[in-house]
Write a protein that binds this ligand. Structure first.
Ligand SMILES: Nc1ncnc2c1ncn2[C@@H]1O[C@H](COP(=O)(O)OP(=O)(O)OP(=O)(O)O)[C@@H](O)[C@H]1O
Length: 236
């Protein structure tokens, strides 16, 4: 069972401390939310966790192994998958081929076509299987990106604003999907501005403000926290 952890992660861009000793933990079987105002450092923290950015200080550990210096590919081999705020699909490939590519990479002896078809059904895009990814509306494209991450059977799933552009029905289906994925033992980390979604699916929520974790706890506590209300929710 995977457990992901960051300790004391600091990233400085010029004079701007994008992350200031940020620490959080995500456990297998749980959905961990990471919220905060624009520019709080959420995507930068995902970049550090997924290996796209080396922090000036601090550590990232997965199942107790220090992976701070591991490449993104090494992290992926350890079971980490990520989606991006800006969609990163293979636009000219069909929906199904986007899933097949990922399924092939994570095949480990499994039948990739069956994996891809199972995920198509899971994300509700079977009817769009032969559509080019570029032609999908944003909400569906986001589901496809999550599906592609799932095709590699991740143990840790990092989702950067997956619900942006989804309609209410897509978000409802998406919430159910996330709960299922966590119930299968995956550690899900959710960066999201849709507070309804965050508060309804997360087991634990961390709040970032100006690069610092200013609060952490179950959604019910976070919604009452005065620091959080001042930093973020009060702003909405
Ligand atoms: N490549 C970069 N070069 C310089 N500054 C950067 C870079 N990437 C991020 N920043 C700055 O770091 C801070 C954190 O940005 P980040 O994108 O991580 O925030 P965020 O919480 O993900 O915001 P949003 O909710 O708007 O996506 C911001 O002040 C941002 O301007």
């Amino acid at each position: 069972m995977a457990s992901l952890r960051t300790d004391g992660v600091t990233v400085v861009f010029g004079g701007n401390r994008a992350l200031d000793e940020a620490g959080f933990e995500a456990e297998a079987g749980r959905i961990t939310g990471l919220i905060g105002p624009n520019g709080a450092g959420k995507s930068t923290l995902f970049d550090v966790v997924s290996g796209l950015r080396r922090p000036q200080s601090g550590t990232v550990t997965l199942d107790g192994h220090d992976i701070t210096r591991a490449t993104p590919a090494q992290r992926a081999r350890r079971g980490m998958a990520r989606t991006f705020q800006r969609l990163e699909l293979f636009g000219r490939l069909t929906v199904r081929d986007n899933l097949l590519v990922a399924a092939e990479l994570g095949a480990r002896g499994r039948n990739s076509a069956r994996t891809a078809d199972g995920i198509l059904q899971r994300i509700g895009l079977t009817a769009d299987a032969d559509t080019a990814a570029d032609a999908l509306p944003t909400g569906a494209a986001r589901l496809l990106e999550v599906g592609r991450a799932l095709a590699g059977r991740p143990r840790v799933l990092l989702l950067d604003e997956p619900a942006a552009g989804q309609d209410a029905d897509e978000t409802r289906r998406f919430a159910a999907l996330l709960r299922d994925v966590a119930a299968e033992g995956c550690a899900v980390v959710l960066v999201e501005h849709d507070m309804g979604l965050v508060m309804s699916v997360c087991d634990q929520v961390y709040v970032l403000d100006l690069g610092r974790i200013v609060a952490c706890g179950p959604p019910a506590d976070i919604q009452q926290d005065q620091t959080v209300l001042a930093a973020y929710l009060g702003e909405a």
